[in-house]
Structure formats: structure tokens, C-alpha cells
Design a protein around this ligand. Structure first.
Ligand SMILES: N[C@@H](CCC(=O)N[C@@H](CS)C(=O)NCC(=O)O)C(=O)O
Length: 211
């Protein structure tokens, strides 16, 4: 049984969707401001970064439990464990890996900062809003172009789609319309029809976003 710890952020949605796709049994443990101290005692000491999501697989490699943080490290672990959603062939595998790393190094930090300065910052910082909004526009442009000739981000449906979708499906929050992003919006519609995406997304509804 895999234990998923997190709150309803894009990254935790990614892991819930992946667990649904590969059909590994799991339970979700909501992380709240109130229970982080207890979690700290149980897990956070052995992990150098106090961030979520994280998973605990009690039946890890060689029967030994394993704790993993960083969304895309968790995706890679689950892809390897299940033998699904990451191609075996080297060219195809690295195509997927480059988009997976693009998600963690560019998409999530850019959109996360953009959202923060637009909606949550305690003071207005026009330069930061402009900088991250410009970069957000560039990120959406890259994906719109990539999806113009591809049904999925890289070859067949893969962990690159699962990592990217929970961020990109919120395109309206960044000021875009579906008419401006026809390829992204078609890809989002396609993703939203997948039973695992529906289930993985719904399973976090009602949970507090609290860390
Ligand atoms: N690169 C990390 C980012 C995770 C992250 O920033 N998590 C936030 C919630 S969205 C968090 O746990 N923040 C708590 C803290 O910083 O103490 C990943 O993809 O897992």
C-alpha cells in the first residue's frame, strides 16, 4: 500500500492521477498546518526538504519501505514500479524525460510564481507580476506549439502529460481563453475524459490547501 501525503495542489493531483492510472493501491493523508508537526516526527526528519507531496511505499524495493519527495521523482518511481507510462526505448524515454524536467524546472516554478504574485502576495509587486506573466505566456506558447502536431506532449500518453496537466488546465486563471489556446484546450479536454484523471482529481476535492 502506498501512502500519499499532500494537500490539493497541482503536484498532489499529479500523484493521485498517476496512482489511479497505474492502479496501485493507495491511501491519501491530507497534510494540514495542524498535523505537519506530527508528520515531521514520522517522515520529515529523513527528508532534507520539508515539502509535499511525498509518498511512503511500505512495500518498496526489496521489500524495504521507501519515502520519496519531489513530484517528478515520485512519478518516475511509480512508472518504474508499475512498468507503465514511461517508454523503455532510449530515444522515446529521453523525449519524455526532457518534458518531465521542463515541467519541474520551468512550468511549475513559473506558473507558481505568477499565481503567487497575481493572487496571493501581501503587497503589489508590478515588476514580479510582469516578469512571471511574460514567462508564463512563453511557457504556454511552447506547449501550444508542441501540441499542434502531437496528441500528447511526447509520443504516447506518459508521465509528462500527468505532470503538466494539473498546472495547465488552469489556463483561464492566467488570463487565457480556449480560443487563444486551441491545442492546449483540446489536450485538456482529452485528459479530462480519462477515468483516472477524473478520479485522481475528485479524490482531493474538499481537502484544505494548507501548506
Ligand atoms: N518541486 C516540488 C515543489 C513542492 C512544493 O513546493 N510543495 C509545497 C506545496 S505546493 C510545500 O510543500 N510547501 C511547504 C513548505 O514549503 O513548507 C515538487 O514538485 O514536489
Amino acid at each position: 500500500m502506498i501512502e500519499l501525503y499532500g494537500s490539493p495542489t497541482p503536484s498532489t493531483h499529479t500523484i493521485a492521477i498517476m496512482l489511479e492510472e497505474v492502479q496501485l493501491p493507495y491511501s491519501i493523508f491530507p497534510v494540514t498546518k495542524e498535523n505537519t508537526q506530527q508528520l515531521e516526527l514520522e517522515f520529515l526528519k529523513p527528508t532534507p526538504n520539508r515539502i509535499f507531496p511525498l509518498i511512503l511505499d511500505r512495500e518498496g524495493p526489496n521489500g524495504k519501505p521507501i519515502v520519496i519527495f519531489e513530484t517528478n521523482a515520485i512519478l518516475l518511481y511509480l512508472a518504474e514500479k508499475s512498468g507503465q507510462l514511461l517508454p523503455q526505448e532510449t530515444h522515446e524515454k529521453y523525449e519524455v524525460l526532457q518534458w518531465l524536467l521542463f515541467e519541474s524546472s520551468k512550468i511549475a516554478p513559473t506558473l507558481g510564481n505568477s499565481k503567487h504574485f497575481m493572487y496571493h502576495a501581501p503587497e503589489e509587486v508590478p515588476y514580479a507580476v510582469k516578469r512571471f506573466n511574460n514567462e508564463t505566456k512563453r511557457v504556454f506558447g511552447i506547449l501550444e506549439n508542441q501540441l499542434s502536431e502531437n496528441e500528447f506532449i511526447s509520443g504516447d500518453y506518459s508521465i509528462a502529460d500527468i505532470a503538466t496537466f494539473p498546472w495547465i488546465r488552469e489556463y483561464e486563471r492566467y488570463g487565457f481563453t480556449s480560443e487563444q489556446l486551441p491545442n492546449i484546450s483540446a489536450w485538456c479536454n482529452n485528459m479530462e475524459e480519462r477515468p483516472a484523471v477524473i478520479k485522481g482529481t475528485n479524490t482531493l476535492i474538499g481537502m484544505k490547501e494548507s501548506v
